[in-house]
Design a protein around this ligand. Sequence first.
Ligand code: GDP
Ligand code: MG
Length: 214
Amino acid sequence: MPRTKKTPTLTAPVPSATTAGPPIVAIIGRPNVGKSTLFNRMLGKRTAIVDDVPGVTRDRNYADAIYRNRPFRLVDTGGLDPSASEGMLALIKRQSELAIAEADILILLMDGRTGLTTPDQEVVRLLRGAPKPLFVVINKIDTPKVETLVADFYQLGIDTLYPISAEHGIGVSELLDAIYPLLPDPEENPEQTTMPRIAVVGRPNGRMSASPRW
Ligand code: GDP
Ligand code: MG
């Protein structure tokens, strides 16, 4: 149920930001907007996880997955949640810079219940200039009754917003289906999608290192 004001312009598959491995899809957003919930939900029934690191479950920062036969690497930037000494804007800036540098496709998640915040506006400003497809997703739209909460976010001037409930799995298939055309088809681009990448596995719930390698 994505809300579109204009036809989205993103249609071409994106190459991987790095030389090998599947395209990287990064989930960005303030703490508590539901990044980890969405991460797990996107790796749900319809998306197969393809890496098989023993003992590593879904409680981590990234996963290699396949959606409708197209591989991608999903990254939860929650490992970059702020320390006591770092303010929200510094966090958002750091998350955004890393995502712009390392990811191929960006998912910016916001909290529909909180409404649009200044850090949200800042991150949109930062990400918008990046030559990367950006999906702006409004979470915690759990029932049709609260769909009106999405209206606040149109002041961002983003053409298409994706209202979802990560917790209840509403709108997540629509988001995956919107991302899907941007993922390279493994049959057409075998070299882009089949090369194994060296896995860098974060400690479960642990903070990522100062310079995480996605
Ligand atoms: P993160 O800090 O961005 O990774 O956020 P989490 O995934 O840890 O979620 C933060 C809080 O929001 C948790 O209490 C979740 O249960 C809650 N949450 C996540 N998704 C939803 C949703 O779709 N609806 C509601 N009502 N709560 C949600
Ligand atoms: Mg998290």
